[in-house]
Design a protein around this ligand. Structure first.
Ligand code: SF4
Length: 589
């Protein structure tokens, strides 16, 4: 694909958009912002849209976007060796001062390398010179465990864009050259310069309990001033912050021209497996008046609003917000709802605004196992909510379950079936008289113990056991009318877990996967990596975990105590959660 064709394609894309920013480059810091997946996926991502807005809100910065081209174009671009261009001004990506990646999913790591290759930028930081753009990697995934991407990034931005972008500006404004720039980044909160740190590994079992090959620690290289660990940067409060919201409307996204807005950040439920819950603490509500102001302005372009929050109803003014949005004529879609959020008034609002399906996450079928994982609802409450949902006219329910949880037995699998059947009974009871029977769709995922959670030391369950459980669950759920189960296979989770739990030594596998068209089995073999070491090893004896290089604000002692409480089947109950969070989680100090 030649440059003129890329230009034409960019102009066609821009012609369908409302709200993109085009600024002259002269005298400004030029940032090329990438979402390492297609335009369709990237433009559906509120985090990506927000970083674009935050950059362009600064008068002395110009930010333009680029994405992974669709498959056919990608092959043509590779063959033509034409430089990859940004959308707004169709400038070669390699000409920018900064190339920033917003990475949300482990699967996109490979695409980071593809985009660098297409842009003609060396993949590894050590191969780049002062003539190359500075490669900054940020986004949700990287502040949980950035290490597999460390060799590719000049700088890793750990935390929230609202706080990180001013730091980036300061570093650029004061720097005299590239070396000085990196030093300045290292002194800004939330910025991690991987090349300044040396990981050390345990050689043989030295009697400490730490296994050979595990990380014994990091050191800062001689002559460099850099913090160890690097503290995540996050907003202390959202009281005066602009809520992240769709800034560019285009029909070419997963959500069409839906207006997305973040209402409240974080969730205080402290489910022991949930990285999002722990990593976005403390809970911060965006100002209701500003949410409504932005929604009113966006009404010109959109008639459906998507409320993006993991705990929507933790916003103290949620009822007023929903009522006003309805008055504005919006149809309302919540991204997810916690079970305890589902009050009658909320379900009614959703029904009135045209929702036919609600998604809830019982996670498991038994109260016992829910106490283990600190999902603080019971089956009785779930069934009450199911009644409420179907009684108020919602037809379909999506259910999220997990398997491979600590202490799980066959009884817990049977409990998933039993709970689903009881929910189905509720659906039939309310649907039959109206002649309108919906469906229940269950989605089941094996647990991947995540960095920055109470399960971060846990090995993933052995594949043979998970496969057996999947088979058992499939047979339990077979042939039930109006119930459909989608059970994710073990192999898919394996490589995702490797990228999630790995350290810098996993980077060659990402490079190999980029070269071989993402044949991960071959890539891991070529890189000489023992995937099982990262995935099936109990990490509780490790001196340091790869992601400990970033201090996310949570204490290891707290995670340990949560894990132990789980084994005792004890909840950390939500009622006191706001106060407890403030005490326990010195996230932002
Ligand atoms: S309720 Fe949902 S978002 Fe909140 S901690 Fe639990 S799993 Fe995470």
């Amino acid at each position: 694909m030649k440059s003129w064709a890329q230009r034409e394609r960019a102009l066609e894309t821009l012609a369908k958009e409302v709200g993109y920013v085009k600024k002259p480059h002269g005298g400004r810091l030029r940032v090329a912002l990438a979402f390492p997946n297609t335009y369709w996926v990237g433009m559906s991502n509120l985090g990506f849209q927000t970083v674009y807005r935050l950059f362009n809100d600064e008068d002395d910065i110009v930010c333009e976007r680029f994405f992974l081209p669709p498959k056919t174009e990608l092959a043509e671009l590779s063959a033509a060796k034409a430089p990859l261009l940004t959308l707004e001004s169709q400038t070669p990506v390699g000409d920018f001062d900064v190339v920033a990646f917003s990475v949300s999913f482990e699967w996109d790591y490979v695409n980071v390398l593809t985009l660098l290759r297409l842009a003609g930028i060396p993949a590894r930081a050590e191969q780049r010179t002062a003539h190359d753009p500075l490669i900054v990697v940020g986004g949700a995934v990287t502040f949980v465990n950035p290490e597999p991407l460390a060799p590719f990034a000049d700088v890793i931005a750990a935390g929230e864009g609202e706080v990180l972008i001013p730091g980036l500006r300061r570093a650029f404004a004061a720097a005299t050259d590239r070396t000085d720039l990196l030093r300045r980044f290292a002194l800004e909160r939330g910025f991690y310069v991987p090349s300044f740190y040396e990981p050390h590994y345990v050689v043989g079992d030295i009697g400490t309990g730490a296994a050979a090959g595990t990380i014994s620690g990091y050191t800062v290289k001689t002559g460099v001033e850099a913090p160890l660990p690097v503290r995540k940067a996050a907003l202390k409060t959202a009281d005066a912050a602009d809520p992240p919201a769709t800034g560019i409307f285009t029909p070419d996204t997963e959500f069409g021209s839906r207006f997305l807005i973040e209402v409240v950040r974080g969730c205080a439920n402290l489910c022991r497996f949930c990285w999002a819950g722990y990593n976005y603490l403390p809970v911060r509500a965006f100002p209701a008046d500003r949410i409504l102001e932005l929604a009113a302005a966006a009404r010109l372009h959109s008639s459906r609003v998507g409320l993006v929050s993991i705990a929507l109803c933790d916003h103290p003014e949620i009822e007023r917000i929903l009522a006003r949005l309805l008055e504005m004529g919006y149809a309302i879609s919540p991204a997810s709802l916690r079970l305890d959020d589902l009050t009658e008034s909320i379900v009614r609002v959703l029904h009135e605004s045209g929702e036919r399906t609600i998604t809830i996450a019982p996670e498991t079928g038994s109260d016992r196992l829910r106490r283990v994982i600190n999902k603080t609802v019971t089956n009785d409450e779930i069934l009450d909510r199911a009644d409420l949902i179907f009684a108020n006219g919602i037809e379909n329910l999506k259910l999220y379950y997990m398997i491979g949880l600590p202490t799980e037995t066959d009884e817990d699998l049977v409990a998933i079936r039993d709970l689903t059947l009881q929910i189905r009974d509720r659906m039939l009871k309310h649907g039959r008289p109206k002649g309108q029977i919906g469906r229940i769709v269950g989605s089941v995922n094996p647990l991947i113990p995540k960095p920055g959670t109470a399960y971060q030391w846990l090995p993933m369950e052995e594949p043979s056991i998970v496969e057996r459980k999947i088979k058992r669950l499939r047979s339990l759920m077979a042939d039930i009318d109006n119930v459909y189960f989608n059970i994710k296979s073990e192999r898919h989770s394996y490589y995702q877990a490797l990228l999630s739990l790995g350290d810098r030594r996993v980077a060659p596998a990402i490079e190999a996967a980029e070269r071989n068209g993402q044949n991960w089995r071959a890539a891991v073999a070529e890189a000489g990596i023992d995937g099982d070491f990262y995935i099936f090893r109990d990490r509780s004896g490790d001196a340091m975990l790869p992601w400990d290089i970033i201090d996310g604000g949570m204490k290891a002692t707290f995670f340990h105590s949560e894990f132990e409480k789980g084994l005792r089947e004890e909840w950390t109950l939500p009622p006191k959660r706001a106060q407890e969070n403030a005490k326990l989680l010195p996230v932002i100090s």
